[in-house]
Design a protein around this ligand. Structure first.
Ligand code: CAA
Length: 458
């Protein structure tokens, strides 16, 4: 099979408007700092009625194709991961064919994959598996993931967001998926789900969802560690794998504070397992917790505090940079993890990243989770694939700065409009097209048979 299958290029899209979390704290009459410090969020992007999951994905694919300047017929597989379902049958992928079919390229495998925030990762795995199979025809694969994360009024609402990521996959990639290294955990729970087809909102048990995420992380890390140690043993090394072997670590990010706690939890896994050298100064302050079982620690606040303190330097080094977009745009469900990857690239130089291993944890409620890794290529020279990929993300801060700040009142009004128009027919969405970023696709019209038409802002 081809060598070093992985990400060659990626593109991020987020809405052109946001609400500030300090404004929301005041508006919702919660203690100052609850969203900004307690959840670690500063801003939250949101879409008007003019944008839906199809338009988000159209925009991000168009942008990626324009930037890479690849011919439309060079893509042989296109996978979409999303949980923003507007049709129970017709895939977002079919709408994206609108972009490809003019070139005559209709020979493109792949459809949509859904399970909460995990669909993007399932799509990535499907695309990579295709490239490593007898069905690969030598062309690129593209993975698109995106979501509109919205909650009803209440404590989950500040953990919303919206956005999409498109990734181009091929051989000899600067971010190669490490073969044979996926630790997966799946189980049946009702932590977050969307049974109400008449509403965009999920049902969510916030506290349960946090515990499920943590349990999935523990299990995936144990499984990943076992697999990599087996590989190492076969290669003649018997050292234990620890967090230290990930130079960078990215996570699905429902809110940023959760990620800081998750990184800390990996440290706890090392500490409590035989592989962690428990005498190491790395684990300073954790002595009192030796002997605990991982599964008994989910609600231990003292341990939480000690872990956050012990892992702070490691968090700053390995993970903090990956939260740049999530802090400012919020949760984007399936694309959250890949937005973190883009953030990590945007905040580091190619030299910083060259040769490193990036661990990635993907979590989708319900639940499906995997921990896997990318190996970054060694060559960071100017013009190298790695340098090009890294520099393509450097405009993230400027693009985020150029968004329009909306008041909580305006945000609430737009949420109400989204509720009103959800699954309505025969309408053209209200709103000013010029408030979208140039080049954005938007929903122009829904006819009496629920058929959606899209247009592109010049
Ligand atoms: N200043 C500073 N911190 C404050 C504060 C203040 N004034 N007031 C509260 N806080 C802290 C709290 O102490 C708490 O921190 P710790 O957990 O570290 O103690 C934090 O702010 C949040 O406060 P609460 O726990 O009281 O918050 P809440 O119960 O009102 O809501 C939530 C939080 C459960 C995450 C809710 O927003 C929610 O349900 N969100 C959606 C579900 C979610 O995101 N789950 C995450 C895992 S599931 C997943 O990953 C899939 C997915 O994408 C949805």
């Amino acid at each position: 099979w081809p060598k070093d299958v992985g990400i060659l290029a990626l593109e991020v899209y987020f809405p052109a408007q946001y609400v500030d979390q300090t404004d929301l704290e005041k508006f919702n009459n919660v203690g100052a700092g609850k969203y900004t410090v307690g959840l670690g969020q500063t801003e939250m992007g949101f879409c008007s009625v003019q944008e839906d999951i199809n338009s988000l994905c159209l925009t991000v694919v168009q942008r990626l194709m324009e930037r890479t300047k690849l011919p439309w017929d060079s893509v042989g597989r296109l996978e979409v991961g999303t949980e923003t379902i507007i049709d129970k049958s017709k895939a977002v992928k079919t709408v994206l064919m609108e972009l490809f079919q003019d070139s005559g390229n209709t020979d493109i495998e792949g459809i949509d994959t859904t399970n909460a925030c995990y669909g993007g990762t399932a799509s990535l795995f499907n695309a990579a598996n295709w490239m490593e199979s007898s069905y690969w025809d030598g062309r690129y694969a593209m993975v698109v993931c995106g979501d509109i994360a919205v909650y009803p009024n209440g404590n989950a609402r500040p953990t919303g967001g919206a956005g999409a990521v498109a990734m181009l996959l091929g051989p000899n990639a600067p971010l190669a998926l490490e073969q044979g290294l996926r630790g997966t955990h799946m189980e049946n729970v009702y932590d977050f789900y969307k049974p109400n087809l008449a509403s965009e909102y999920p049902l969510v048990d916030g506290k349960l969802s946090i515990q499920c995420y943590m349990r999935a992380l523990d299990r995936c890390y144990a499984s990943y560690r076992q697999k990599i140690q087996k590989q190492w043993k076969q290669a003649g090394t018997s050292q234990p794998f620890t967090l230290d072997d990930f130079q960078f670590m990215i996570f699905h990010t429902p809110f940023c504070k959760m990620v800081q706690k998750s990184l800390a939890r990996l440290m706890l896994s090392d500490f409590l397992s035989a592989s962690g050298n428990t005498q190491s100064s790395l684990y300073k302050g954790l002595e009192a917790f030796r002997g605990l079982k991982l599964e008994d620690t989910y609600t231990n606040k003292d341990l939480d505090k000690a872990l956050l303190k012990a892992s702070l330097d490691i968090f700053n080094k390995k993970t903090k940079a990956s939260l740049y977009l999530s802090t400012r745009n919020g949760n984007t469900y399936t694309s959250s993890l890949y937005g973190c990857l883009a953030s990590l690239l945007s905040q580091h130089s190619a030299q910083d990243l060259a040769g490193s291993r990036i661990g990635a944890f993907s979590y989708g409620s319900g639940l499906a989770a995997s921990l896997f890794s990318f190996r970054v290529s060694q060559d960071a020279s100017p013009g190298s694939p790695l340098e090009k990929l890294v520099s393509s993300t450097s405009d993230l801060p400027k693009r985020l700065d150029s968004r329009k700040r909306m008041s909580p009142e305006e945000f609430t009004e737009i949420m109400n409009q989204r509720e009103h128009f959800y699954h309505k027919v025969n309408f053209s969405p209200p709103g000013d097209v010029n408030s979208l970023f140039p080049g954005t696709w938007y929903l122009d019209q829904v006819d009496e048979l629920h058929r959606r038409k899209y247009a592109r802002r010049p």
